[in-house]
Design a protein around this ligand. Structure first.
Ligand SMILES: Nc1ncnc2c1ncn2[C@@H]1O[C@H](COP(=O)(O)OP(=O)(O)O)[C@@H](O)[C@H]1O
Ligand SMILES: Cc1ncc(C[n+]2csc(CCOP(=O)(O)OP(=O)(O)O)c2C)c(N)n1
Ligand SMILES: [Mg+2]
Length: 319
């Protein structure tokens, strides 16, 4: 392992592992700022997310290569949630003195792999010394046709609630990893190398989605916030959560409740959207409920509904 002695040599080595050039790039990484063209009749979509040591990751549960993928993926997921097409990301690293060069090479291998998978570029960043643990921040840039971005606030009574994939597995994987266990590769991937649902986000936008959100803080929080911002009532049908029994089979023996993982686990990075009843629900997605007049988030078994607590991962909630 090699200590980092030169900020600029490090930047050269890690940037070489990522796609940095594309038809839209007028000025790539290595200048004061990048310059990128956006297609005519589109609007810029911008989002940022940070991963910090001890809060979002620990060396015991994730490799640097996985972490690089996850840093890009959690940011691209927010673009997906708007129905946007990615352009690229900028990355800011705050690194403790003990950081090893090989680990940063692994980080950028994973980052580059994710960017290539989703047709996004590394447009720049910043690398600084930290005296208090490692902090990784990325900002993603994308675009949507003018006026077409899907916000959290447009759900209408009569819409269906659609989910792009099951929730709860990312949290199950995290709990197993944190206990020093080795979940199988596909389960580990839910937590360590999540897939931003860019293609599904675009499809849902094109199908006329009225509201959309990604699930970083848990399904309850994502739906609860959409209900609140849309000033509508969201009802989820218990029987539509068809993966609950599979999740329960895997989680019961570890004293984890599938229901809690599904609603409050977080980090699933699937999308939830509301679709007008006239739009078809795409194959492979779950229709989990409906939007009605009123307010709040409810779980229903036929005609019997009860209110669900709208909480999720809250960074300062436990302090
Ligand atoms: N420190 C901050 N300064 C400005 N805006 C912020 C800050 N932190 C969060 N936000 C904004 O608040 C909203 C909610 O943030 P967050 O829960 O992190 O969203 P997400 O789950 O999509 O990452 C977003 O619009 C985000 O851009
Ligand atoms: C070491 C470690 N501790 C805890 C977790 C669980 N965890 C960390 S952040 C988070 C929620 C999402 O993070 P946040 O920064 O709120 O994402 P955002 O909503 O901004 O996208 C969860 C469930 C983890 N993955 N790793
Ligand atoms: Mg955020």
């Amino acid at each position: 392992m090699t200590a980092i002695r030169d900020e600029f040599a490090l930047i050269r080595d890690i940037a070489a592992l990522c796609p940095t050039q594309g038809a839209a790039v007028r000025v790539p990484l290595n200048d004061d700022a990048a310059v990128v063209a956006i297609p005519p009749k589109t609007e810029l979509v911008v989002t940022t997310d940070t991963l910090t040591e001890g809060v979002h990751f620990s060396a015991q549960t994730i490799t640097f290569q996985e972490l690089g993928w996850k840093l890009a993926a959690v940011n691209l997921s927010d673009l997906a949630a708007m129905g946007a097409q990615p352009l690229g990301i900028v990355v800011a690293l705050a690194l403790p003195q003990t950081t090893q060069k090989e680990d940063m090479i692994s980080l950028y291998r994973g980052l580059g792999e994710c960017l290539r998978t989703y047709d996004a570029l590394l447009l720049g960043g910043d690398t600084v010394h930290s005296r208090h643990g490692m902090t990784l921040t990325a900002t993603a840039l994308g675009y949507v046709p003018c006026g077409q971005a899907v916000t959290r606030s447009g759900a209408q009574p009569g819409d269906r609630i659609v989910l792009t994939g099951p929730t709860g597995y990312a949290a199950l994987a995290y709990h197993l990893l944190a206990r020093g266990m080795s979940p199988e590769a596909s389960l580990r991937a839910f937590q360590n190398t999540p897939r931003p649902q860019l293609a599904k986000g675009k499809l849902l936008r094109e199908l006329g989605a009225t509201a959309m959100n990604d699930i970083s803080d848990g399904l309850a929080f994502a739906l609860g916030d959409m209900a609140k911002q849309s000033e509508a009532r969201f009802e989820v049908e218990q029987s539509a959560l068809t993966w609950q029994s599979d999740l329960a089979q895997r989680s019961d023996s570890h004293a984890l409740r599938a229901e809690d993982l599904i609603w409050y686990g977080g980090e699933d990075f699937e999308l939830v959207a509301t679709l007008p009843a006239t739009s078809p629900v795409p194959q492979g997605m779950y229709e989990i409920g409906r939007v009605t007049k009123g307010s709040g988030l409810f779980i229903c078994d036929g005609d019997t509904c009860h209110a669900l607590q709208v909480t999720g991962y809250n960074h300062f909630g436990g302090i």
